[in-house]
Design a protein around this ligand. Structure first.
Ligand code: NAD
Ligand code: 44H
Length: 495
């Protein structure tokens, strides 16, 4: 090891320890990765590294960034020769796990905005089999665009269309040269969505109908659901970790031990992408829906349940919420008595899943900030918690009181004022917090609260306005019997 007081860089470290550290960077390119962010590096790339180590995949990855502003990260990766450290820490079955590994799967790091032709040339590689992406929900979207030959395309689906067209023309429409495409964005039926956007661009650009047939027939766009909490660079501890390890890594990434990937596809695909064979927690499934519903309603639903409430009560992270007896109990009660009973799945299975989620939330190494989770809370409430209210009502002709309390907290959370360019709310102790949402949503809510302050709107009317906003909910929630009055009772207490 190097002098403990002056850690060297990762490359130097790697050269000096070449015998002990495994490398999969020399394998032929099998994957194009669109997205250089924390999540893919803590999830997919780690999985491929595992598969390679076991001799099951024998492929490397070309990684590219999906937007021009992502350049800094890709440059850092290039400086480190595509290497980075992943630190996996947390609890698994009650036991503490801490494992560090240098991930070596990238054979090439490419900026498509500066090396557009080189990016397209990757499409001509005969060994290429997969495309994987994570560009956030914002990146997996359709933006009409006039494609000019030779110029890089900004959007992810646009880029992918150009890439596939290059492959199609290079191999003269060879039916065996289609690719398996695995978008990891957390959107319902992400594969179907991406295919739809690629076909839309193909139509816009008047690409040959034979190409569109090739896209549909010979390429597989798989729907999938990813699950792992990846928390990125640990700013507070990085320096002490570097001293301990004897090297610095600008791309150090952290993740929990838990990982799960449900992919809607033929289990035979595991021959090509041997994730399950390599012992990873993967399911090739016929129907993704139950996995999606379970995760969104229990895991993400719990996050959305505790975010506004926690922030209002002065709690900053998921871990802090879980450490306090009362808040912990309140979440458990909600999941066990309100969320799970509103699902049409086996209760025992759901309870096991929830137990596992609680253990993940209690991971002492993960600092998951409630303010980060609270981003776009209204659209998240609609998908993650409103279905619990509706299903619970259907079954019991009553309302799930804790989730209704969280709904009241959501309205209180949006009791905000515009200060310069920011929307600011106040916790119960008077401390400020920032709210991030679509501008249109924020200005509507701000206006309602300002009318209330001027006594031009009663609290009951404010709630009715909130529940009746079609843009938020796609329907009028005042129709749910008793909802507005139950929210009123909770909200009255909170303001
Ligand atoms: N971090 C996690 O624990 C976790 C777990 C599961 C799913 N996710 C999903 O991953 C996403 C966040 O990814 P991350 O944690 O790697 O964050 P990150 O900031 O490290 O990476 C985000 C990636 O998305 C790209 N991107 C951002 N906005 C874009 C846009 N408008 N168009 C194209 N590309 C864009 C960035 O360039 C980068 O490659 C979220 O959407 C989240 O739902 C994250
Ligand atoms: O990423 P978001 O903001 O959509 O949601 C916040 C968390 O609920 C989410 O990141 C989970 O931690 C993740 O989905 C776990 O797989």
């Amino acid at each position: 090891m190097n002098n403990i007081h002056s850690p060297s860089n990762l490359l130097q470290y790697k050269r000096e320890n070449v015998i002990t550290e495994y490398s999969g960077q020399d394998y032929p390119v099998k994957v194009l990765q669109i997205g250089e962010g924390n999540f893919l590096r803590g999830f997919f790339d780690w999985m491929i590294h595992e598969c390679n180590k076991q001799g099951n995949f024998q492929g490397s990855i070309v990684v590219t960034q999906p937007r021009s502003s992502g350049k800094a990260m890709i440059e850092k990766l290039a400086q480190q020769d595509g290497l980075y450290t992943l630190l996996i820490r947390g609890l698994q079955n009650g036991e503490k796990i801490e494992h560090k590994e240098i991930i070596s799967v990238f054979s090439r790091v490419l900026n498509p905005y500066e090396e557009w032709q080189a990016f397209l040339e990757i499409a001509c590689s005969p060994t290429l089999e997969f495309i994987v992406s994570n560009t956030t929900e914002a990146g997996l979207s359709y933006q009409a665009y006039t494609w000019k030959e030779g110029e890089p395309i900004a959007s992810f689906p646009g880029k992918l269309t150009a890439f596939l067209y290059k492959r199609y023309t290079h191999f003269n429409g060879d039916q065996t040269k289609g690719l398996v495409i695995l978008p990891c964005e957390l959107l319902d039926r992400n594969g179907d969505l991406l295919k739809q956007y690629v076909l839309q661009h193909s139509k816009d650009w008047r690409l040959p109908s034979d190409f569109m047939d090739w896209v549909e027939r010979d390429n597989l766009f798989l729907n999938s659901l990813v699950d792992r909490i990846v928390t990125g660079y640990p700013k507070k501890e990085s320096e002490s970790l570097f001293v301990e390890w004897g090297y610095k890594d600008l791309l150090l990434n952290t993740a929990e031990p838990y990982h799960f990937w449900a992919i809607e596809g033929d289990p035979e695909l595991d021959q090509k992408l041997p994730l399950k064979k390599s012992g990873l927690n993967i399911e090739w499934v016929q129907d993704l829906t139950p996995y999606q519903v379970r995760k969104v309603r229990i895991l993400n639903g719990s996050h959305t349940f505790i975010a506004p409430l926690g922030i209002l009560y002065g709690i900053d992270t998921v871990g802090e919420w879980m450490c306090q007896v009362e808040t912990h109990r309140f979440l458990r009660e909600t999941v066990e008595q309100e969320i799970i009973p509103s699902l049409e799945f086996d209760r025992k299975e759901m309870m096991n899943y929830a137990e596992n989620v609680f253990e993940r939330f209690m991971n002492p190494f993960v600092q998951h900030r409630l303010e980060d989770i609270s981003l776009n809370s209204i659209s998240k409430f609609k998908v993650r918690l409103l279905p619990t209210i509706e299903a619970f009502y259907e079954k019991n002709h009553g309302l799930p009181d804790n989730v209704v309390r969280a709904f009241a907290a959501l309205i209180r959370f949006y009791q905000i004022e515009k200060v310069k360019q920011n929307y600011v709310g106040k916790r119960f102790n008077g401390e400020p917090y920032f709210v991030q949402e679509h501008e249109q949503t924020l200005s509507f809510i701000c206006e309602q609260w300002s009318l209330y302050k001027k006594k031009e709107l009663s609290l009951q009317n404010l709630i009715e306005q909130f529940l009746g906003n079609q843009l938020f909910w796609g329907k009028d929630l005042n129709q749910i019997e008793g909802l507005s009055s139950s929210i009123y009772n909770h909200l009255k207490e909170m303001i």
